[in-house]
Write a protein of this length. Structure first.
Length: 395
């Protein structure tokens, strides 16, 4: 807009009698954007320019509808999921919204729906920082990928392993701090799940329970994964296979133990409790545990995850040096870690990112009112064997 155009606009706002008749141009045709009067000082009005793409909250669904000559409902559907709207209309609506700088008013959406638009995730993060925790990071990545096309955001909180866990869940429910909850480290009679069922609050567990009431869950077939890993080592010729896993109070650990023992018995080997180590899943703990297991004749290790595998491998190297090829390794993995270590390793693989995406999708379904029995999914791992830079995938 040139100086003359700006002068005319200000003059018309200050002196209404000088305004041109309705429908006539009040600004230079080269001007981009729209002008609207705003509150000023000393009895005058302030001119506010709204420029396309500026993200101005004054652009509403009705603004877009009037621009295109369609209904507000059509605009709302086109911006959301395009349900029952033609692709060309969806394209025009979204292009117009971008051009006008439309930004959805989430605070208004919260007021209208009574929802927080927050998904709360209580996840087990590694306590030590020597290596990091690819598991929780990958799962969070999956959450974000799933929620990216929605109004929801995720808040991640380290899971408590003590008696305060259910109290933290109770605070979320009582304070309406989220619309739904995801948590891992499930137990057979999980008190958090029982409380949320009684409160009728949407939630999804990463892991199963043995509660009588149905609830939403996503889980890896842990028994199959442990059987798969152990069987692979047995086929390599290992006979004294040690298990390095978590606390048996957790459901997934019990399931993995069943799979490990089943594989041994299928090969005619009776499980030896002296070859089992259960503790916190951490690399430094696994490293320390390896020495005594080697003293008991261990010639292979089935590890619960990447952290315990790296710790176990370091523990073997501490004892026998760099030539660790005489010892077998297998793990339950959500990454491609086997490609980056100079050791043959069998990985029962299921992506951490896919896990996070599945958990978030199920939670959105529960928040939307889906039956818990329709929000249960068991995923199976794929055996991936790596060594010397080569990779073999066995379905």
């Amino acid at each position: 807009m040139g100086p003359r155009g700006r002068y005319d606009l200000v003059r018309q706002l200050r002196y209404p009698a000088s305004r041109p008749p309705a429908g006539s141009e009040s600004a230079s045709p080269k001007a981009h954007g729209t002008a609207r009067p705003g509150a000023g000082i000393a009895g005058t009005e302030r001119l506010v320019m709204v420029r396309p793409g500026s993200g101005n909250s004054s652009v509403t669904l009705k603004t877009i509808a009037n621009e295109l000559g369609v209904s507000v409902t059509t605009v709302a559907r086109a911006l959301k999921d395009g349900h029952k709207i033609g692709p060309e209309t969806v394209r025009k609506v979204r292009e117009t919204a971008d051009r006008l700088g439309y930004v959805r008013n989430l605070e208004g959406a919260k007021l209208r729906t009574g929802k927080t638009l927050i998904a709360m995730a209580f996840l087990d993060f590694a306590e030590e920082e020597e290596i990091g925790d690819s598991g929780a990071v990958g799962i969070l990545n999956g959450f974000h990928k799933c929620l990216a096309g929605t109004d929801y955001a995720v808040r991640a909180v380290p899971a408590s392993r003590d008696g305060s866990a259910v109290e933290r869940i109770r605070e979320v429910v009582r304070g309406r701090l989220a619309d739904g909850v995801i948590f891992d480290l499930t137990e057979l009679q999980d008190t958090r799940a029982r409380y949320l069922l009684e409160a009728d609050f949407p939630f999804v567990t990463y892991g199963r329970t043995e509660l009588f009431s149905e609830h939403a869950w996503f889980d890896i077939d842990n028994e199959f994964a442990a059987w798969q890993s152990t069987d692979a080592l047995l086929r390599d010729g290992c006979r004294r296979i040690a298990l390095i896993d978590g606390d048996p109070r957790y459901t997934f650990v019990r399931q993995r133990l069943r799979g490990y023992e089943r594989a041994l018995r299928e090969h005619g080997i009776e499980p030896d409790t002296a070859l089992r180590h259960h503790s916190t899943l951490a690399a430094n703990i696994a490293r320390t545990a390896v020495g005594p297991l080697l003293d008991r004749g261990a010639d292979g290790f089935v590890c619960s995850n990447e952290l315990t595998f790296l710790g176990a491998r370091a523990g073997v190297r501490d004892r026998i040096g760099d030539d660790v090829r005489q010892i077998g390794f297998a793990l339950r993995s959500g990454t491609s870690i086997g490609k980056y270590v100079a050791t043959k390793v069998h990985a029962s693989h299921y992506s951490h990112v896919s896990t996070g995406r599945a958990l978030a999708e199920l939670l959105l379904k529960r928040i939307g009112g889906a039956d818990p029995r329709d929000c249960q999914h068991l995923a199976r791992t794929t055996l991936v064997t790596t060594g010397n830079g080569n990779e073999a995938i066995i379905p």
